[in-house]
Design a protein around this ligand. Structure first.
Ligand SMILES: [Zn+2]
Length: 439
């Protein structure tokens, strides 16, 4: 189902009204809803999804006695590698009836992953995202600019106007000084109210404009997505665009959406997914602690993911259950640390943030990858691979990279045992040794 079809649009509108009302639920109602949704997806997985059918048998888990949140610990955590290597087993026998839409992601670890998002989940996600933007002052049809990694029919087109939703989209992959100044010029002409996109691309725009002494028309608000937003970047964005910045977090696997409200609280959208934060042993982290985010989506019956490990680190608030001044009773998180990537510079003067994300999509057998730039005209890729890796994997990887980086840069591939660590001990997916470190 295409969301642009009449049926698709009706489905999104219905769900949008659901999300407008569910954000006012009290704790009791939220918890009851989560329990109901978890029971329903677990029961469905037990009956129709080969991976879970076998797993539940192996661990003697009885889905009929499963109550919901309090019993989640009985189901083992699911990691990306299991999903990647046993992908077919996660597809429900009756997936067809829910609508099959293939999506791909390489998330924050440079691991290629392909998965099915069914029709209902697509509509839920869009409706939930619109509500999230609304917390930041967006309303449907408000003049909006978005700068993210888009693919338009014309690959050289930097922008596209979607007049029916009053939205301009800019392709962050083509961002260099000339195109950035074009974008700034358009912003100053169109005077959009809301700016959505990658914080890195937004910062580059303001930097180029400043270098040329050009002012940028102030926005009413900014919503950052697709990258970790550090406090440093948030401050820089607020200064550059003279408005409040709202952080937004979601992922292709659709097992978590975290939205910042006007009181700077990052709320889990608990009507979209059930989230847990676990330590290295898989035990729940208590308030104030740091751990890995785990998510269970409520709606993707074609390919359910239960207790899926996102690989992103989060820091919990001291009081996760306190009621926010915004009145919403969704629990909250203090910070999503995520992955903090440096950025690349291409020989033709473009600056690329998280744009490598999909380059690895067709590189079979790549378990983790990391792109290191050691000269403006040279990068190398560190790869941890498994037995399905072959010469075609590198070819596909290079093809994905060339589409983004162009032909002028030299690319080498290395298989390694460990990825390189930065001076601060982190393992970024993109590492710059030419001075373009994460801010
Ligand atoms: Zn709030």
């Amino acid at each position: 189902m295409k969301l642009s079809s009449v049926k698709g649009a009706v489905s999104v509108v219905k769900k949008y009204f659901f999300y407008l009302s569910s954000q006012r639920w009290n704790k009791e109602k939220i918890k009851a809803y989560q329990d109901r949704k978890l029971r329903s997806i677990v029961k469905h997985a037990a009956e129709n999804v080969p991976y879970y059918r076998n797993l539940f048998k192996d661990i003697n888990f009885d889905p009929d006695t499963f109550k919901g949140r309090e019993d989640m610990y009985k189901i083992p955590l699911l990691d990306k590698q299991t999903l990647r290597t046993r992908q077919k087993e996660f597809i429900a026998d009756n997936a067809e009836q829910y609508g099959i839409n293939w999506d791909s992601t390489s998330g924050s670890t440079g691991t290629p992953l392909h998965l099915i998002i069914d029709d209902a989940t697509k509509a839920h996600k869009l409706a939930c995202v619109i509500r999230s933007y609304q917390w930041a002052g967006y309303t449907p049809w408000k003049k909006t600019f978005s700068i993210q990694s888009y693919t338009f029919e014309d690959p050289q087109a930097i922008s596209k106007h979607f007049s029916y939703v009053n939205l301009w989209r800019f392709n962050s992959k083509l961002l260099k000084k000339e195109t950035a100044l074009e974008v700034v010029k358009m912003i100053n002409e169109i005077k959009p109210k809301v700016f959505i996109g990658y914080p890195f691309s937004m910062l580059m725009l303001s930097r180029f404009a400043r270098e040329e002494g050009i002012g940028i028309h102030p926005f009413e608000s900014i919503v950052t997505a697709g990258e970790t937003l550090s406090e440093g970047r948030r401050k820089l964005l607020q200064e550059a665009y003279q408005c409040k910045v709202f952080d937004f977090f979601s992922l292709h696997e659709d097992v978590a959406v975290v939205t910042e409200c006007q009181h700077n609280t990052k709320h889990f959208c608990e009507d979209f997914a059930y989230n847990e934060v676990v330590d290295q042993n898989g035990d729940l982290v208590s308030a104030g602690g740091t751990g890995e985010l785990v998510g269970t989506g409520f709606y993707n019956f074609a390919m359910p993911l239960i207790r899926y490990r996102l690989g992103d680190t989060v820091i919990l608030n001291k009081d996760t259950e306190g009621i926010c001044k915004c009145g919403r009773e969704f629990s909250s998180v203090k910070e999503i640390v995520g992955r903090q990537n440096d950025y690349l510079e291409t020989p033709d003067g473009r600056f690329l943030g998280n744009v490598l994300e999909h380059a690895v999509d067709n590189a079979k057998g790549v378990v983790f990858s990391q792109c290191v730039q050691d000269a403006v005209d040279h990068i190398y890729i560190n790869m941890i691979v498994d037995e399905t890796f072959g010469p075609d994997s590198t070819r596909q990887f290079e093809k994905g990279l060339r589409g983004r980086l162009g032909d002028e840069i030299k690319i080498d591939f290395k298989t390694v045992e460990h990825l390189e660590k930065s001076k601060s001990g982190k393992t970024p997916f993109i590492m710059s040794k030419i001075g373009h470190e994460y801010v």
